[in-house]
Structure formats: C-alpha cells, structure tokens
Ligand binder design. Structure first.
Ligand code: ADP
Ligand code: GLC
Length: 481
C-alpha cells in the first residue's frame, strides 16, 4: 500500500474559498483504494461551521518549536466519505473570520501549519511515501523535508510533490522576518532557493525542493514558462520543466449531478434536459425577481470578483450587453469595484440583472442548472472548475482561451457541428462581446444546434476518472516503480 498525504489550506466540505478546496476534497476519493492510502491534513479554522467542528474527534496534542517559540499543536480527526482527514488545531493561528487574512499573519500561520503537518506524523504513526502539497501555503514542506526533518530516519525517504493551483499567490514576505518565523538558516535564503527578488517566497521554495511539480492544466503548465503568465517565476518554471506536469482538474460528479442535485428545482439528465432544464430557469427567475420569460437568454456568473476572472472586460461592456435581449445572474464576492458595478446594473436594470454579492453553495448550483450560458472571460485561469460544472449541467460556457478554459471547452464549429461552448482568443472586451452575441444568435435562431451543443457539453467527461490515474502514475514514477 502506498501512502499519500495531501496537505491543503482548504478542503471541501469543511472550508472553502475557491477551487483549491474542491480539488483537495474530491480528488482523494478517486484514487484506487487497493493501491493508495490517501489522507488529508488541513487547519481547524475557527470559522468552520459548528456542524463540522462538533463532529471532529480529538486525537492528541503536543508542543512544537517554531524558531524561538513553542506552540501548541492539537490533532483532531474525522473519517468522511471514506477518507481520513486530520485537522491541526491552534486557536492563536486559526482564529479569524476567514481562512486567510493579512499576508504577514498568513506567512506565520502557514509556516506553523506546514511544520505541524510534518511534526504530527510520527505522533499519529502515519508515514507517507509522498507528501502532496498544494499552493504557497504548503510551500515550506518540501524545504523542511530537506532540512532538519531529513536528519531523522522517519522522514529521510519521504518524497514531495507540489501542485500549483495559482501561480499569482506565492506567499512573499521579507527575508529577515521569514528567517525569524521559520528558524530556517541563512543557507536557504539565496536566489537559487527561497529568495526571489530580495524577498522570501514560500511557493518558490516548494517548487525548488519538491521532487515533482504539477499544475492543473496542460496549457497553464506551458503558459507559466512565459513572462506574461509566469508571475516573475517563469525562469524557474523553465528550469524545472523536466519535472513539471500539467494534469487537468476534474470535479466531483456525485456532488455536481443534475440528476440527483438536491439544491435545484427540477432534476434532469442528458436525455430529458430539453423538457426539464427550463423548469430550473423559471424557478430561478422567480426567486431572483428576474422577468419571467422562458425564451430570454440567461447568462450566469459564479466567481471570485477579481481581475483574474476578466471582470474588467465585463465592466467595460456591461452597459452595451444590457441593451441585448439578455438576463444576467451574478453570484460572487471580491473586489469592491466589481461588487458595486454589479449592484449598479442590478439597480439600473431590474428584472434583467440580478446581483448576488455573497457566498452560497445552494445558489451556485441553481445557477449552473438554470442558465443558458456561463460567462468566464478570464485573464488567466490555471484550470477553472466553474466551466466544468456548467458543462455538466448543460449550461454552455463562454470563455477566453487561456489555461484550463482552453483545455476543457471546445469552441463551437458550425460547419463541422462540433464543440461544447464558445471561446475567444484575445483579452479584448469587444472580442468577448462579439462571442457573446454569436452565442446568442445560435440560441435565438438555431435552437436545434444549441441543443446539440448541450448534448455534447453534457457528454463531456470531467469526472476525476482519468486525471486521478495520471496522479497515480506520477506517484508510482516518483517511488521508482
Ligand atoms: P477559483 O479557484 O480561481 O476561484 P474555480 O473555478 O477553480 O476558481 O473554482 C471556484 C469554485 O468556487 C467553484 O466551485 C465555484 O462554484 C465556487 N464559488 C465561487 N464563488 C462562489 C460564491 N459566491 N458562492 C458559491 N460558490 C462560489
Ligand atoms: C485556483 C485557480 C483555478 C483552479 C483552482 C483549483 O484557484 O484559480 O483556476 O481551478 O485553483 O485547481
């Protein structure tokens, strides 16, 4: 049995701010259980729902040195959906209304988390063959494995992988403070190791020291070797190209299933969507106060409202888009300028634009199920899960051809009768608008073609089935099998 440990700062269903949580919570379920024992470690945040917190079982606690401090490490556990989860408890670090706060606090919080995740392993007697880290929050783990932990027999042969879910966030702070927090010697703080542009950089440390680096789509794996997408680490990505692999994300096909989804008004499937999907649209229009009309082109957005997701293009075109025979339903939180932009258009065009500036699992499912199209014109997108959820519910994605969006949405080709959505190449507001209008023309004038697009979208397979096999192959390769 090969033992794998996932370490992640967020994991569904316990705590989520974005797609990382979906991946860390669903992928472990899809490994071959005969061959792999995959367990998951995450922080026990105060902001987790009481329902989950009350179900955790106390395992043990100990004190751990973090540089000159000695800190409490509580370990709790829970088995859920066949997976063993461990939670690291420390009320000083994991208090606060959200998992992430100020970067200077987060820098210390995740130094603690990374070291605690390793330190607890001998205590609970679980010795993974591979520690699979996710994003900058766990970037110190591959470094620590090469440092002090390497001296002990327990950790010596342990391999590490780091998966980059978003290269934009690197965990950067000044070297003096990071030395003080981590207690790592000056040896590590040079430009070929943790240092980048004069600062300490957790993600860089992870990328330098991990035995393999993966990211969440093939196209993003290529893009990050270029200056435009490389976030100033493109040189390092090129240097590590031989150990850098793109493995596209999947989604949990049991959680996101229009046939069994309990959040939505009316269940449907690839056979009966022509009759049944519309009932969700009616219910959503009613619920959100949009004009009741079966025939109006309804566009959904579920997203963090940040520049990454292309909201400056949407802001630029919103007035003009609202002149069309169209309705928008937006669900998201993020930059105030975008929150207010959608509030403004909802005020100006009641019945046409619905702005829901909050977080809601339930409403997100209703949007994926009810809309005709899903708009996601990202500036960059490591993978993107929302477009996969849309495909699964027969809601056609309109995307920019970048990262995982390019790898998962096949643009409609009206001559060949192929494609699962609509896409455009350049980061340009008018290209987006043109593509949206093209999608509308197919929707309004060629309904049979539109429905065939839905047929193909719903037949696309982005369950974890094939990507989990690729991670398994990588694990075997790393273990020399
Ligand atoms: P990212 O991780 O960059 O935010 P992804 O597309 O990979 O983007 O994943 C986003 C996830 O977060 C999806 O599961 C999406 O449904 C969910 N999500 C984003 N905003 C909200 C919201 N306001 N309410 C509910 N779910 C949301
Ligand atoms: C990040 C990326 C997103 C990706 C998710 C899960 O948040 O922004 O594109 O789908 O991680 O890998």
């Amino acid at each position: 049995m090969k033992k794998i440990l996932f370490v992640s700062s967020e994991v569904v269903p316990f705590i989520k701010t974005g797609g990382l949580a979906d991946v860390a919570g669903s992928l472990p379920k899809y490994f071959n259980k005969e061959e792999f024992d995959v367990r998951v470690i995450l922080p026990k945040y105060l902001c987790m729902s009481d329902e989950w917190k009350s179900k955790l079982n106390y395992v043990t606690h100990f004190y751990m040195d973090l540089a000159w401090r000695s800190q409490y490490v509580g370990v709790l556990e829970m088995k859920y959906d066949g997976i063993q989860f461990y939670f690291i408890d420390n009320e000083y670090y994991f208090a606060g209304p959200k998992p992430y706060g100020n970067i200077y606090q987060d820098i210390e919080k995740f130094a603690f988390f990374s070291k605690a995740a390793l330190s607890m392993l001998p205590v609970i007697d679980f010795k993974p063959d591979i520690v699979h880290c996710h994003d900058w929050q766990t970037g110190l783990i591959p470094v620590l494995l090469k440092d002090k932990f390497h001296e002990g027999e327990f950790f010596r042969d342990m391999k590490s992988i780091i998966t980059i879910h978003n290269l934009k966030f690197q965990g950067v702070w000044d070297m003096k403070t990071v030395k003080d927090i981590t207690g790592l010697p000056s040896y590590y703080f040079t430009p070929d190791k943790l240092e980048a542009y004069g600062d300490a950089n957790y993600l860089k440390g992870g990328i330098v020291y991990a035995d393999a680096v993966t990211t969440v789509s093939d196209t993003y794996a290529e893009e990050i070797k270029t200056p435009f997408y490389g976030e100033r680490l493109d040189g390092l990505m090129r240097a590590r190209a031989g150990s850098l692999f793109g493995i596209v994300n999947g989604i949990d096909y049991n959680e996101y299933n229009p046939e069994t989804d309990t959040f939505i008004e009316k269940n449907y499937n690839a056979k009966n969507f022509r009759k049944e999907k519309i009932k969700n649209k009616r219910a959503l229009q009613r619920e959100l106060g949009l004009t009741q009309n079966d025939g109006t082109f309804l566009v959904g957005i579920v997203s963090r409202l940040t520049d990454q997701k292309g909201f400056d293009l949407i802001a630029y075109m919103m007035e003009e888009m609202c002149q069309q025979d169209i309705q928008f339903v937006v669900l998201g939180t993020g930059d105030e300028k975008y929150e207010n932009m959608f509030r403004y258009f909802a005020w100006k065009y009641p019945g046409k634009v619905s702005a829901n500036i909050f977080y809601s699992e339930a409403l997100s499912h209703k949007i994926y199920a009810s809309c005709d199209a899903f708009l996601m014109p990202s500036l960059f997108e490591p993978c993107g899960l929302s477009q996969l959820m849309s495909l699964r519910y027969g809601t056609l994605p309109i995307v920019r051809e970048t990262g995982g969006l390019k790898d998962t949405v096949i643009p409609y080709n009206e001559y060949e009768g192929t494609g699962t959505g609509f896409s455009f190449a350049n980061y340009n507001a008018h290209e987006m608008f043109f593509t949206l209008k093209y999608a509308m023309s197919v929707y309004y004038d060629r309904k049979r073609e539109w429905n065939k697009l839905i047929d193909r979208a719903m037949a696309a397979d982005f369950s974890w089935a094939s990507s989990a096999r690729k991670y398994e192959a990588l694990y075997r390769k790393l273990l020399g099998e």
